[in-house]
Write a protein that binds this ligand. Sequence first.
Ligand SMILES: Cc1cc2nc3c(=O)[nH]c(=O)nc-3n(C[C@H](O)[C@H](O)[C@H](O)COP(=O)(O)OP(=O)(O)OC[C@H]3O[C@@H](n4cnc5c(N)ncnc54)[C@H](O)[C@@H]3O)c2cc1C
Length: 472
Amino acid sequence: MPSRQIYLLSPKCLSPETIAVAFAKTSRVPDSFRDIAAELSDESSSKFHEKWVVGYGHSSVAEHAVLHLALENISRLAIECIESNRLASYTEKSTRYQKWGKTDFVIPPELEGHPLREEYIQAIQDLFKTYEDSLMPVRRLIEQQDPRRPNEDDEAWDRRLRSRYVDATRFLLPGAALANVGMTANARVLENAVRKMLSHPLAEVREIGEQVRDVSQGEAPTLVKYADKVPYLVETSQALENYEPEAAETQPSGDWCRLIDYDQDGEDKVLAAGLYRFSEMTFSQALEKVRSLSLDERQELADSMLGKLGPHDIPLRELEYCHYTFDLVMDQGAYAEFKRHRMMSQTPQKLTCRLGYAIPRLITEAGFSLAYQAAMDAAAETYEKLANWNPQVAAYVAPNGFNRRVLAQFNLREAYHFCQLRAASNAHFSIRRVAQQVAGEIRSVHPLLSKYMKIYAETREQIDKDHFSAVS
Ligand SMILES: Cc1cc2nc3c(=O)[nH]c(=O)nc-3n(C[C@H](O)[C@H](O)[C@H](O)COP(=O)(O)OP(=O)(O)OC[C@H]3O[C@@H](n4cnc5c(N)ncnc54)[C@H](O)[C@@H]3O)c2cc1C
């Protein structure tokens, strides 16, 4: 019997496209990966991809070519498109641990020569000035609560306090604020990402798409070079935007987290899937069996599936057979974190200044709420002027504190992950309130299977009281 071999095809020695071909060839060639790779050159790999991936559409081969892209000085608005790819990985400059300087914003190409350009720049500069002015007063408040430790230098003390005061001041940062993001993706994902970017309504995103395609060709010359604008995406977006909205339903205050749909049979399905996995029953038989159980027996079965979950364990995949759909409104800062949950299906509406804004309590306690509200109201005014001309570009001036509406569908397994991670005590209070409320809604409809979620012990009401002077 040939001995087991496990080894790396290292990107230190082979290009991403060559690694992809070495793996692809195992489908037809009996040789070892090592031997296959030894026969390949960049040129022969490129020819292989032209024939199989580009020509015959065997696209999964491109998944073995992985690239790492460093994107710098991109607006946080543009980053939304970049980070919209489920199968890619990202790390972005954090609004919780870093501060923004006065000139760290984008001026969108659409405004070149436009009469509103100066007003746009002024509005963004005003927001950045208010952001900067807010840092010290809020910091002083935190200093009183958390004094310097013996032998702690200025920098160490600031590092310790920063996330707390910056958490409150970040509400002022607009969509135009620049950030850096590292992205790891395979060439198949990247090709689709470039297509989306080239089809995007914002010029900044289209320009980034072209740059991403160009730099990717340095590492994977064949696999992304044909990525182009997708007329389907462009025309479909335009067609849907042309639908006249019905008179907008005003969302009753406090109704910002609506569970609009869920699997009525969800708990039964998850329990039945658990039985199915470890038996030889059909799914109908498993479902019938679950439905015949007494309350105690159901409890026991739920305990067997979830009772032994440790704090870092991922629950069984069978939890994916139960789904929830939420219509949510949260501040843009929270949305920026929410959107990172790639396993969800999410449909955000455009970022606007039309759904109201939150006021963090620390801003009020620092005596800064008048300046804060003046900056938010002024941004909203400029937003409306810009939106009359181009609502996509107008979103650049919308600060993080404004609310954003998003539709999200996810399964119970993702609900466990999202709620546990984002309700944790170290999460930002804006996303904590979303996670707590979502967990509460799920508990109310599926108490049996949600009770094993390990949620940090605080309530949404407490978060609102402790951290906000005003919130949706
Ligand atoms: C304390 C804290 C600090 C953070 N700081 C930053 C920061 O500074 N900058 C920043 O950009 N982000 C930051 N994040 C966001 C974080 O990096 C995640 O992007 C975000 O929490 C989404 O979570 P996720 O990737 O686990 O979940 P989801 O995308 O919801 O995925 C759910 C689960 O699926 C699995 N999964 C999904 N995709 C992959 C994959 N590609 N490979 C392997 N497994 C996968 C994992 O098990 C994951 O937990 C921070 C998060 C926390 C909790």
